[in-house]
Each structure stands twice: as structure tokens, then as C-alpha cells.
Design a protein around this ligand. Structure first.
Ligand code: C2E
Ligand code: CA
Ligand code: CA
Length: 619
């Protein structure tokens, strides 16, 4: 190797440091330090950075690496405040300075850290915009003089290090922004996914738990106290999580009030559930924002994945699903993703996949449940209830697929099929002289009700089967009405013009029922089966049913009790003046051919032993 000159040394260092970034900085620095100690014939060299926030000087690299590093290392982080006079001077030094054996404290520090006694030392500050940002230092056992020319070359090299440092800081800042959430400084979605990807790699320790955490009703807080208060609230909670969880745990904010936590330690479902409860309690503690002391409940969904088996997307989807389940139970709770949820999940996927075909290929069927006058047993109506004869899962109840249909744009198609089929069947019965004084009841989903051609559609079907509007009653739920009152009104008026009846289903489970009854052209209410089932046993239910019957009466509406399972419930309804009823006590929903026998009889005899009434006449 040709003998280096002072000038070629600077060039060599510059090229050594050129392509360096945060990840290669230490290794490159070590190579340069090695070069320098050889050239200047010294024993030890180091590069330190100044941390302005902590008011400290921090060791970045040294050469040669010490074989025995004392613990704690007196050279690692030195706070200016309690440093010896030499290190203290580093805080603001802008010119190289030499340290001799006269600096007793410094000699002691170096001896403790490196074992080298009686040193002389040169310290060359790194400067950025005239401020010291670090130091390049050389230590030699015994005496060494430094020429001005040597020190000038070291200043040039220190300048190269200062540039590199500035570049690395800027890079880290960018990296930080890319991986962190602005508001809270927690990890963001990108960082979370990257982290989980690593944790779920085959061979990593498992199981890996993920917690999906969501604050209950944060919106209300934003609305009442303002967004700044809402932001402060989220920041406070984030800091609290960071403080109470293991520093190695991944805590990410996905935006809004959604957080995902992945503990660094492997954790099974049982341990994870306990941990989730702890987090939930942590979040639930009060916070003072905008001068108010507030608290929000939190819901936590938990899922556990196995490295090499479960994908990141699966774990997050399951945790999210568990969270939904926790929320649907009223919030402020914890739910772990279970096999039952998995089954529900698979069913949903399956339904999404196959329902469209089912509408077309005849695997949907309607069952019909009679509604009678409890005093006489006379059949006054039939409710059409859809089922799906699934190729592998058997006969599915509507609860298993109606919601999926609504979430996947199939509600319109399903609804039209139900109306067409029910009306066709009904018309056929009428042609055979059955069901002449019976009303056909059809459930209508919210999505159908707001579709623009709904009224025309019904009109068309009724005309085709020659059914008068008043023989049809459409059942809607209160929730629909609440969602889009204006649109609903238009549709219902259109239906009324054809004489079609409207009933409010599941009455008593919605909100502000009274105002809607006034605003809408409704004919009847069906008392939700939840209130009817335990009538005679539960005094609260009795009070509710009583007030619904009273309310219906004062509005001139019909009232039907559904879910009548016991004779005592039936007798209680009659006692309250609600005569029309539907329920397992009377008849279950039946296939068309089985309900025909009842239609032929015209009544379903009941033995209720009603006081003051003759027994229902038997046919
Ligand atoms: P719903 O309109 O309240 O229908 C009554 C439900 O209560 C039916 O369940 C019926 O089988 C059940 N039921 C009747 N009597 C009793 C009883 O004495 N005890 C108990 N525990 N239950 C009783 P199903 O058939 O599973 O229907 C559930 C819901 O699915 C219906 O509730 C309705 O909201 C919806 N649905 C059914 N068919 C359709 C449809 O064609 N279109 C739409 N959009 N929804 C439908
Ligand atoms: Ca119904
Ligand atoms: Ca109902």
C-alpha cells in the first residue's frame, strides 16, 4: 500500500463514509478509526455524539474495541452535568483541544474505561452550523505532540463525520415518521404489519397474541368537549399504555380510537384474556381533559396466532371479529376469538359465496307460521319466513344469512324472491279456496325499503297474482324507521295507496317508538317475542306489554303478540286485550304443504281455559 499523505487520508475517509447510512454507520466509523490510529500512531480513538435533549455525550464507536468493558461503562453515556472538566468542555467546544497528564479527573476516567495510564489526548469537535454535535478523540499512552497541520486534517475529517451524522439523523427522522403515528408517537399500521410479519414467521417463538382495542363512544367526547380534548384524551391513554406495558411490546394506533397491541412475550389464549382485562381496566381509569375528568370504557378483541401457520391478516381479522363481538355485547368488555366465532366466520364466507346461487337455483324455501285470534283459534294471518336448504349445512334459519345478504348487496334479490314466492303461494291457496280471510305477512329488510323501485315492484307482483293490497302486510323493524325516516315515509305512503298494510316488527326493542307511530302510516305493531315469552313469570315484561297494548289502542293500531310459548302467556295477552298471537304454542313455522291442513280447517284449536269465555269451538 502506498504511503498515505495527510491529504490522501482525507480523501480516503471521505470515500469510506460516502454511502453510509444508519445501519452501516458504526462499522464504517470503526474502519475509519482504525485507519486514523494507524496513521497517527495512537492507542485508542472514539467518536461521540452530543444528545442535546438529554444533555449528554454518547459513545458511537471506538477503535480498537475494548476487550474488557466495565459495567457500567464510564465512556458510554456521559451527562455534561456530572462529567469531569474535560467532558464538560465538550458540550460547547468548537475548536480542537489537547488534554495532558495535568487533567487528573480525565486521566482517571480513561484509566477506568480503557486501562491506559498517563495519556495525552486530542479532542476534535464535530460542528454543525457552528454548534458542537459530537467529538472525535484520540488517546495515546505517554506524550504526543499534535501539529497544527495534523489538527487541521482532523478538523476536515470531523466535518465529514458531522455531515454523516446529520444525514443519519434526517434519515432516522424520516424512518420514524414512516413508522409512527403523528398524534401519539406510537407505531402506525405499517410498522405494526412489519412487526407482526416477523413475529409470525416460521420458527419464531409463539403463540403470538394480538389485542384489538377500541374506545367506546369516543365520538361523544369529541362532540361535547371538542377535538382538541379528544386528541389529548387519546394521547394520555397512549402514554398510559406505553408506561404500563413492557417496553418491548408493540403498541400501534391505527387511527381514530383503534389500537393494536402485540405483546413481545409469547402468550396463549388464556393468558391473553387476562392481559386483555388488565389493559381494559388501565384504559378505563379517568383522564382529565379540557378541565373535565372523563373516562371511556374500552372493548378488547383478542386473537392468538401460531408462527408459520397463521398469517398476519388472519390474526388481525380474528382480533377484529372478537372486538365486534365484545362491542355487540354492549361494549366495555373483552372477547377472545373462539372456535364458535371461527365457525360463524366460515359460515359468513360460505354464505357470501353461495347465496346468490341459492336465490337462483331453488334452494331457498319459505315456511309459514300461522297467527290466530286467541279467543277463537281462527287463523287470521300467515307469516312467510325464509330458510335456506344449504347443500352441506342443512336447513339454515334466516339469522344465518339475512344479515350477510344485507351486507353484500344481495338483500334486494333475496327480498324480491321472498315477495314473489310468498305471493305466488298465497294466490295459489286462494284459488283453491283456502286463506280467503287470511293476511299474508312478509318481512322486509331496511335495504329493500329505501330502494327506489320497491313500491312499483310490489304493485307489479300483486297485479300479476291478482291479490288485493289489503291482504298483504309488510313487516318492518323500528330500526329501519329510525335510519331514514324521510325516505321510509315516501315508500310507505306509496304502499298505502295500494292498500298494503304495514306492521312494525319486534316492537319495543327500538327507540322513540311513540313519535314514529305518529309520523308513519302504520296499521299494527308486533310485540317483540322477548317480552312475550316470559309473560306470566316476569313482572317487568308484563308492564311493558301492558303499555304497548295501551299505546296501540290509543293510536287505533292493531297489536300482535309473537313468541307465545306458554298457555299462561296466551292467557295474559288475552287479559290485556291483545287477541292476535303467533308462537310455538300455536304452531311452528311450517312448510307450505303442512300449513295447508291448518288453512283448510281455518283454525287451530287451543285449550286456554279463558275465564268468562266459552272454550274455543273445535272443528
Ligand atoms: P321475526 O320477523 O320476528 O320472525 C319471527 C321469528 O320468531 C321466526 O324466526 C320464528 O320462527 C320465531 N318464532 C315464532 N314463534 C316463536 C316462539 O314461540 N318462540 C320462539 N323462541 N321463536 C318463535 P325465524 O324464522 O328464525 O326468523 C328470524 C328473523 O329473520 C325474523 O324475525 C325476521 O326478522 C327475519 N326474516 C325471516 N324471514 C325473512 C325474510 O323473508 N326477509 C327478511 N328480510 N327477513 C326475514
Ligand atoms: Ca316478522
Ligand atoms: Ca318479530
Amino acid at each position: 500500500m502506498p504511503r498515505r499523505t495527510l491529504d490522501s487520508l482525507v480523501t480516503e475517509v471521505a470515500s469510506e463514509l460516502m454511502g453510509v447510512d444508519a445501519s452501516t454507520m458504526v462499522a464504517a466509523t470503526e474502519r475509519v478509526l482504525a485507519l486514523l490510529i494507524e496513521y497517527f500512531d495512537v492507542d485508542f480513538s472514539y467518536l461521540r455524539h452530543t444528545d442535546r435533549d438529554r444533555r449528554a455525550t454518547v459513545l458511537v464507536a471506538e477503535w480498537p474495541r475494548r476487550v474488557e468493558v466495565p459495567d457500567p461503562d464510564p465512556l458510554q453515556t456521559i451527562y455534561f452535568e456530572d462529567a469531569d472538566s474535560v467532558f464538560k468542555a465538550l458540550e460547547h467546544a468548537t475548536e480542537p483541544f489537547l488534554i495532558t497528564s495535568a487533567d487528573i479527573d480525565y486521566q482517571a476516567t480513561i484509566r477506568r474505561a480503557t486501562g491506559i495510564p498517563n495519556v495525552t489526548s486530542a479532542a476534535v469537535p464535530l460542528l454543525s452550523r457552528g454548534e458542537s454535535t459530537g467529538v472525535l478523540g484520540f488517546i495515546k499512552a505517554g506524550d504526543r505532540a499534535w501539529s497544527t497541520r495534523e489538527l487541521n486534517v482532523l478538523k476536515a475529517i470531523a466535518a465529514l463525520f458531522a455531515q454523516l451524522q446529520a444525514r443519519v439523523v434526517a434519515e432516522e427522522r424520516l424512518r420514524y415518521i414512516a413508522d409512527h403515528d403523528d398524534l401519539t408517537g406510537l407505531a402506525n399500521r405499517r410498522a405494526l404489519l412489519k412487526y407482526m410479519e416477523e413475529r409470525l414467521q416460521a420458527g419464531s417463538p409463539g403463540p403470538v397474541a394480538a389485542f384489538f382495542l377500541d374506545l367506546d363512544r369516543l365520538k361523544a367526547l369529541n362532540d361535547f368537549l371538542g377535538h382538541t380534548a379528544g386528541d389529548n384524551f387519546i394521547r394520555t391513554l397512549s402514554a398510559r399504555l406505553r408506561e404500563h406495558l413492557d417496553p418491548a411490546d408493540m403498541i400501534a394506533r391505527l387511527g381514530g380510537d383503534e389500537f393494536v397491541i402485540v405483546p413481545a412475550k409469547p402468550m396463549d389464549a388464556v393468558a391473553a384474556e387476562l392481559e386483555a382485562t388488565r389493559m381494559q381496566q388501565l384504559i378505563g381509569r379517568r383522564v382529565t381533559v379540557g378541565g373535565e375528568s372523563v373516562s371511556r370504557g374500552a372493548s378488547v378483541g383478542v386473537a392468538v396466532g401460531s408462527p408459520g401457520e397463521t398469517t398476519v391478516a388472519d390474526v388481525l381479522r380474528r382480533a377484529d371479529h372478537a372486538l365486534l363481538s365484545a362491542k355487540s355485547r354492549g361494549g366495555n368488555g373483552v372477547a377472545v376469538f373462539t372456535d364458535a366465532m371461527r365457525a360463524e366466520f366460515e359460515l359468513q364466507d360460505d354464505v357470501e359465496l353461495n347465496l346468490r346461487g341459492a336465490v337462483a337455483d331453488g334452494s331457498l324455501v319459505l315456511h309459514y307460521q300461522p297467527e290466530v285470534d286467541l279467543r277463537t283459534g281462527r287463523i287470521v294471518a300467515l307469516e312467510a319466513l325464509v330458510r335456506w336448504q344449504h347443500p352441506t349445512r342443512g336447513l339454515l334459519p334466516p339469522g344465518a344469512f339475512v344479515q350477510v345478504a344485507e351486507a353484500t348487496n344481495l338483500a334486494g334479490e333475496l327480498g324480491r324472491w321472498v315477495i314473489r314466492t310468498a305471493c305466488a303461494q298465497f294466490a295459489q291457496w286462494r284459488r283453491h279456496g283456502l286463506a280467503s280471510n287470511v293476511v299474508i305477512r312478509i318481512n322486509v329488510s331496511p335495504v329493500q325499503l329505501v330502494s327506489l323501485d320497491f313500491v312499483e315492484n310490489i304493485e307489479d307482483i300483486l297485479r300479476r297474482h291478482d291479490i288485493d293490497g289489503s291482504s298483504v302486510c309488510l313487516e318492518i323493524t323500528e330500526h329501519v324507521v329510525v335510519q331514514d325516516l324521510a325516505r321510509t315515509k315516501v315508500t310507505l305512503r306509496g304502499l298505502k295507496r295500494m292498500g298494503v298494510q304495514i306492521a312494525i316488527d319486534d316492537f319495543g326493542t327500538g327507540y322513540s317508538s311513540l313519535s314514529h307511530l305518529k309520523a308513519l302510516p302504520v296499521d299494527a305493531v308486533k310485540i317483540d317475542r322477548g317480552f312475550v315469552q316470559r309473560l306470566g313469570a316476569n313482572p317487568d315484561d308484563l308492564a311493558i306489554v301492558k303499555s304497548i297494548v295501551g299505546l296501540a289502542g290509543s293510536f287505533g293500531l292493531g297489536v300482535v303478540g309473537e313468541g307465545v310459548e306458554t298457555a299462561v302467556a296466551a292467557r295474559t295477552l288475552v287479559g290485556l286485550g291483545c287477541y292476535r298471537a303467533q308462537g310455538f304454542l300455536i304452531a311452528r313455522p311450517l312448510p307450505a304443504d303442512e300449513v295447508e291442513a291448518h288453512l283448510a280447517a281455518g283454525r287451530i284449536p287451543l285449550d286456554l281455559e279463558l275465564p268468562g269465555m266459552s272454550r274455543a269451538p273445535k272443528v
